[in-house]
Design a protein. Structure first.
Length: 71
């Protein structure tokens, strides 16, 4: 995860957090923001997918997403 400070039109500076497969042109590596944590399910098992969906990977970003299955 990376972070980058951007200046909004109002002049306010805001930190944005984003993921990248490769090293981005701008932004610095960052740990999780304060107050956030990654939790595993109590069962330790993967979540059940809704009927008619499968997990796909976005080619550009490398992030997983739910995609409808062809029936």
């Amino acid at each position: 995860m990376y972070k980058k400070d951007v200046e909004l039109r109002s002049g306010k500076v805001q930190t944005i957090y984003f993921f990248s497969k490769r090293k981005p042109k701008s932004g610095t590596p960052s740990p999780l923001p304060d107050g956030y944590e990654v939790k595993k399910p109590k069962s330790g098992k993967r979540c059940v997918l809704p009927d008619g969906y499968k997990v796909a990977i976005n080619k550009r970003s490398g992030m997983p997403y739910l995609k409808r299955s062809n029936k």
